[in-house]
Design a protein around this ligand. Structure first.
Ligand SMILES: *[C@@H]1O[C@H](CO)[C@@H](O)[C@H](O)[C@H]1NC(C)=O
Length: 192
């Protein structure tokens, strides 16, 4: 735990499960949700919650599918959308976590399996997924509608990229920078 007023790091509770390549989300109730990732045992379905007031982690429901390199988005309705990833196979599946029940339910599949893509929540509440990789590097992008639970294809990026970053600008445009696509690190950037 880093304290910005003192500049000091202190140890807090350990997670129940060692993991890398997982995701983290802040829930509306203030708890921190960690999901998936991998350790020496392979890709993980497990998820746990950190309580900032006690410093204690508690396990919550497992995802239906083990994932690394997936993305996570907290929706306006409080549900958490997890999409894609890899567990030996590239994944197009997506799931929703309900913080009130601790249960994951499957939602519609993305059109394209991908990992190490990015997600951005747009002003209208929909979630933009961009790039990533499967057996190919991807320039494709798709939008998830939280109200219908449906993914629709949107325009491709100009350049295929994975391990890129995304930032939401104050005017609502999405800035995508860098990444990899088989020819080394990219310096290109594009706006959606
Ligand atoms: C946001 O600003 C950028 C930089 O000026 C511009 O290229 C982009 O079109 C703007 N987006 C919107 C939605 O106005």
């Amino acid at each position: 735990m880093y304290n910005p007023s003192t500049g000091i790091w202190t140890t807090t509770g350990s997670m129940s499960v060692a993991r890398d390549s997982h995701t983290v989300s802040t829930l509306a109730n203030g708890l921190i949700l960690v999901a998936g990732g991998q350790n020496s045992g392979g890709a993980l379905t497990s998820a746990e919650l950190y309580n900032p007031s006690t410093g204690i982690w508690t396990t919550t429901g497992n995802m239906n599918i083990a994932r690394i390199g997936h993305t996570v988005s907290t929706l306006a309705n409080g549900l958490v959308l997890v999409a894609g990833g890899y567990n030996g196979a590239y994944l197009n599946s997506a799931e929703l976590y309900n913080p009130s029940t601790g249960i994951w339910t499957t939602t519609a599949n993305m059109n394209i399996a991908r990992y190490y893509h990015t997600t951005s929540t747009l002003a209208d509440g929909s979630v933009l997924v961009a790039g990533g990789a499967n057996t190919a590097y991807l320039n494709s992008a798709e939008l998830y509608s939280p109200s219908t639970g449906i993914w629709t294809t949107t325009a491709n990026m100009n350049i295929a990229r994975y391990y890129h970053t995304t930032s939401t600008l104050v005017n609502g445009s999405i800035l995508i920078t860098g990444g990899l696509n088989g020819v080394g690190a990219l310096n290109s950037a594009e706006l959606y």
